[in-house]
Design a binder for this molecule. Structure first.
Ligand SMILES: Nc1ncnc2c1ncn2[C@@H]1O[C@H](COP(=O)(O)OP(=O)(O)OP(=O)(O)O)[C@@H](O)[C@H]1O
Length: 197
Protein backbone atom coordinates (compact mmCIF):
# COMPACT_ATOMS: atom_id res chain seq x y z
CA UNK A 1 0.00 0.00 0.00
CA UNK A 2 1.01 3.59 -0.54
CA UNK A 3 0.06 6.64 1.50
CA UNK A 4 0.46 9.78 -0.50
CA UNK A 5 0.28 13.52 0.11
CA UNK A 6 -0.39 15.14 -3.27
CA UNK A 7 0.17 18.91 -3.70
CA UNK A 8 -0.88 19.60 -0.11
CA UNK A 9 -1.50 23.22 0.87
CA UNK A 10 -2.52 24.40 4.31
CA UNK A 11 -2.81 27.64 6.28
CA UNK A 12 -4.22 27.99 9.80
CA UNK A 13 -7.38 30.09 9.90
CA UNK A 14 -6.92 31.08 6.28
CA UNK A 15 -3.57 32.71 7.17
CA UNK A 16 -0.27 32.49 5.29
CA UNK A 17 0.34 28.95 4.02
CA UNK A 18 2.27 26.68 6.34
CA UNK A 19 2.39 24.06 3.60
CA UNK A 20 2.43 25.00 -0.06
CA UNK A 21 2.29 22.21 -2.61
CA UNK A 22 3.89 19.40 -0.59
CA UNK A 23 4.23 15.93 -2.11
CA UNK A 24 5.27 12.89 -0.09
CA UNK A 25 4.79 9.14 -0.44
CA UNK A 26 5.10 6.43 2.20
CA UNK A 27 5.10 2.73 1.29
CA UNK A 28 3.95 -0.20 3.44
CA UNK A 29 6.70 -1.82 5.46
CA UNK A 30 9.07 1.11 4.92
CA UNK A 31 10.32 3.74 7.36
CA UNK A 32 10.65 7.21 5.89
CA UNK A 33 12.26 10.06 7.84
CA UNK A 34 10.86 13.61 7.72
CA UNK A 35 12.93 16.48 9.02
CA UNK A 36 13.11 20.23 8.53
CA UNK A 37 13.45 23.47 10.45
CA UNK A 38 11.25 24.18 13.45
CA UNK A 39 7.90 25.63 12.41
CA UNK A 40 8.25 24.37 8.84
CA UNK A 41 5.02 22.35 9.04
CA UNK A 42 6.17 18.76 9.75
CA UNK A 43 3.60 18.15 12.50
CA UNK A 44 0.91 19.85 10.42
CA UNK A 45 1.68 17.53 7.50
CA UNK A 46 1.56 14.54 9.88
CA UNK A 47 -1.86 15.63 11.15
CA UNK A 48 -3.12 16.05 7.58
CA UNK A 49 -1.84 12.58 6.60
CA UNK A 50 -3.68 11.10 9.61
CA UNK A 51 -6.83 13.08 8.71
CA UNK A 52 -6.77 15.05 11.96
CA UNK A 53 -6.73 18.17 9.77
CA UNK A 54 -8.16 18.72 6.29
CA UNK A 55 -5.81 20.30 3.75
CA UNK A 56 -6.83 23.55 2.09
CA UNK A 57 -5.43 22.25 -1.18
CA UNK A 58 -4.34 18.88 -2.47
CA UNK A 59 -5.31 15.37 -1.40
CA UNK A 60 -4.30 12.52 0.86
CA UNK A 61 -4.51 9.24 -1.02
CA UNK A 62 -4.19 5.58 -0.06
CA UNK A 63 -3.38 3.48 -3.10
CA UNK A 64 -4.54 6.34 -5.29
CA UNK A 65 -7.97 6.72 -3.64
CA UNK A 66 -9.17 9.23 -1.05
CA UNK A 67 -8.49 7.90 2.44
CA UNK A 68 -11.65 6.64 4.21
CA UNK A 69 -13.41 9.25 6.34
CA UNK A 70 -15.35 6.76 8.48
CA UNK A 71 -14.47 3.61 10.39
CA UNK A 72 -11.08 2.70 11.81
CA UNK A 73 -8.39 5.09 10.61
CA UNK A 74 -5.62 3.05 8.94
CA UNK A 75 -3.26 6.02 9.43
CA UNK A 76 -2.53 6.40 13.13
CA UNK A 77 -0.68 9.37 14.64
CA UNK A 78 1.43 9.32 17.79
CA UNK A 79 3.12 12.50 18.96
CA UNK A 80 5.67 13.58 21.54
CA UNK A 81 3.44 14.00 24.57
CA UNK A 82 1.34 10.91 25.14
CA UNK A 83 -0.29 12.40 28.23
CA UNK A 84 -2.41 14.66 25.97
CA UNK A 85 -3.53 11.70 23.84
CA UNK A 86 -5.07 9.57 26.59
CA UNK A 87 -8.12 9.95 28.79
CA UNK A 88 -6.71 10.95 32.23
CA UNK A 89 -9.65 9.27 33.98
CA UNK A 90 -9.11 5.87 32.34
CA UNK A 91 -6.77 3.28 33.81
CA UNK A 92 -4.00 1.98 31.55
CA UNK A 93 -5.69 -1.43 31.09
CA UNK A 94 -8.73 0.27 29.57
CA UNK A 95 -6.58 2.57 27.42
CA UNK A 96 -4.54 -0.36 26.10
CA UNK A 97 -7.62 -2.39 25.18
CA UNK A 98 -9.59 0.57 23.74
CA UNK A 99 -8.90 -0.32 20.11
CA UNK A 100 -7.97 -4.01 20.37
CA UNK A 101 -6.67 -6.71 22.70
CA UNK A 102 -2.90 -6.76 22.21
CA UNK A 103 -1.20 -10.13 22.55
CA UNK A 104 1.58 -10.90 25.00
CA UNK A 105 4.34 -10.66 22.37
CA UNK A 106 3.35 -7.09 21.47
CA UNK A 107 3.23 -6.10 25.17
CA UNK A 108 6.67 -7.60 25.62
CA UNK A 109 8.11 -5.99 22.48
CA UNK A 110 7.14 -2.56 23.82
CA UNK A 111 8.20 -3.37 27.39
CA UNK A 112 4.68 -2.88 28.75
CA UNK A 113 4.05 -4.44 32.17
CA UNK A 114 0.67 -5.78 33.22
CA UNK A 115 1.09 -4.17 36.66
CA UNK A 116 0.69 -0.78 34.97
CA UNK A 117 -2.86 -1.71 33.90
CA UNK A 118 -4.37 -0.74 37.23
CA UNK A 119 -2.76 2.72 37.26
CA UNK A 120 -3.90 6.05 35.83
CA UNK A 121 -1.83 7.79 33.09
CA UNK A 122 -0.25 10.26 35.55
CA UNK A 123 1.03 7.26 37.53
CA UNK A 124 3.35 6.22 34.67
CA UNK A 125 6.56 7.89 33.51
CA UNK A 126 6.56 9.76 30.20
CA UNK A 127 8.44 6.91 28.52
CA UNK A 128 6.10 4.25 29.91
CA UNK A 129 3.07 6.18 28.76
CA UNK A 130 4.60 6.70 25.31
CA UNK A 131 4.94 2.89 24.98
CA UNK A 132 1.22 2.56 25.83
CA UNK A 133 0.27 5.21 23.23
CA UNK A 134 2.31 3.42 20.56
CA UNK A 135 0.84 0.04 21.39
CA UNK A 136 -2.69 1.46 21.19
CA UNK A 137 -1.90 2.93 17.76
CA UNK A 138 -0.81 -0.48 16.46
CA UNK A 139 -4.28 -2.04 16.21
CA UNK A 140 -4.72 -4.76 13.58
CA UNK A 141 -6.23 -2.26 11.09
CA UNK A 142 -3.26 0.14 11.23
CA UNK A 143 -1.44 0.32 7.89
CA UNK A 144 0.60 3.49 8.47
CA UNK A 145 2.00 5.15 11.58
CA UNK A 146 2.90 8.84 11.78
CA UNK A 147 5.51 8.96 14.55
CA UNK A 148 5.94 12.66 15.38
CA UNK A 149 8.99 13.15 17.64
CA UNK A 150 7.86 10.08 19.59
CA UNK A 151 11.13 9.51 21.43
CA UNK A 152 12.56 13.02 21.67
CA UNK A 153 11.75 13.33 25.40
CA UNK A 154 13.19 9.89 26.26
CA UNK A 155 16.62 8.67 27.31
CA UNK A 156 18.77 6.87 24.70
CA UNK A 157 18.00 3.38 26.05
CA UNK A 158 14.22 3.90 25.96
CA UNK A 159 14.58 5.51 22.53
CA UNK A 160 16.51 2.54 21.21
CA UNK A 161 14.12 -0.06 22.72
CA UNK A 162 11.06 1.67 21.27
CA UNK A 163 12.56 2.02 17.81
CA UNK A 164 13.71 -1.62 17.80
CA UNK A 165 10.13 -2.68 18.56
CA UNK A 166 8.74 -0.37 15.86
CA UNK A 167 11.20 -1.52 13.20
CA UNK A 168 10.24 -5.11 14.01
CA UNK A 169 6.48 -4.40 13.88
CA UNK A 170 6.87 -2.46 10.63
CA UNK A 171 8.62 -5.41 8.97
CA UNK A 172 6.36 -8.15 10.39
CA UNK A 173 3.05 -6.38 9.76
CA UNK A 174 4.04 -4.42 6.67
CA UNK A 175 3.28 -1.08 8.34
CA UNK A 176 4.69 2.09 6.81
CA UNK A 177 6.14 4.56 9.33
CA UNK A 178 6.77 8.28 8.87
CA UNK A 179 9.40 9.18 11.46
CA UNK A 180 9.27 12.94 12.07
CA UNK A 181 12.34 14.23 13.92
CA UNK A 182 15.00 16.90 14.22
CA UNK A 183 17.46 14.18 15.21
CA UNK A 184 19.29 13.30 12.01
CA UNK A 185 21.41 10.68 13.80
CA UNK A 186 18.24 8.88 14.91
CA UNK A 187 16.70 9.10 11.43
CA UNK A 188 19.95 7.75 10.01
CA UNK A 189 19.56 4.66 12.22
CA UNK A 190 15.85 3.98 11.78
CA UNK A 191 14.81 5.33 8.37
CA UNK A 192 15.77 4.01 4.97
CA UNK A 193 15.53 7.52 3.55
CA UNK A 194 14.88 10.98 4.98
CA UNK A 195 13.20 13.88 3.24
CA UNK A 196 13.50 17.53 4.32
CA UNK A 197 10.44 19.73 4.38
N1 LIG B 1 -3.31 25.59 15.82
C1 LIG B 1 -2.51 26.46 15.20
N2 LIG B 1 -2.94 27.70 14.90
C2 LIG B 1 -2.15 28.58 14.25
N3 LIG B 1 -0.89 28.30 13.85
C3 LIG B 1 -0.40 27.09 14.14
C4 LIG B 1 -1.19 26.10 14.83
N4 LIG B 1 -0.41 24.97 14.95
C5 LIG B 1 0.77 25.26 14.38
N5 LIG B 1 0.78 26.52 13.89
C6 LIG B 1 1.89 27.17 13.17
O1 LIG B 1 2.13 26.43 11.99
C7 LIG B 1 3.52 26.38 11.70
C8 LIG B 1 3.94 24.92 11.51
O2 LIG B 1 3.83 24.25 12.75
P1 LIG B 1 4.25 22.72 12.91
O3 LIG B 1 4.01 22.35 14.32
O4 LIG B 1 3.59 21.94 11.84
O5 LIG B 1 5.82 22.81 12.57
P2 LIG B 1 6.97 21.75 12.80
O6 LIG B 1 7.80 21.74 11.56
O7 LIG B 1 6.39 20.45 13.22
O8 LIG B 1 7.75 22.43 14.01
P3 LIG B 1 8.67 21.82 15.16
O9 LIG B 1 9.83 21.20 14.46
O10 LIG B 1 9.04 23.02 15.95
O11 LIG B 1 7.82 20.83 15.92
C9 LIG B 1 4.22 27.09 12.83
O12 LIG B 1 4.54 28.39 12.41
C10 LIG B 1 3.19 27.12 13.95
O13 LIG B 1 3.34 28.26 14.76
Amino acid sequence: MRLEAAAIGFGFGGGAPVLDGVDLALESGRILGLTGKSGQGKSTLGRILARHLLPTRGRVLIDGAASPSTGFNPVQLVHQTAIFAVNPRWKIGRIVSEAFAPDESLLQAFGIRRQWFDRFPHELSGGELQRVALLRALAPGTRFLIADEITSMLDPIAQSEIWHALIDVSAKRDIGILAISHDLALLGRVAERTVTL
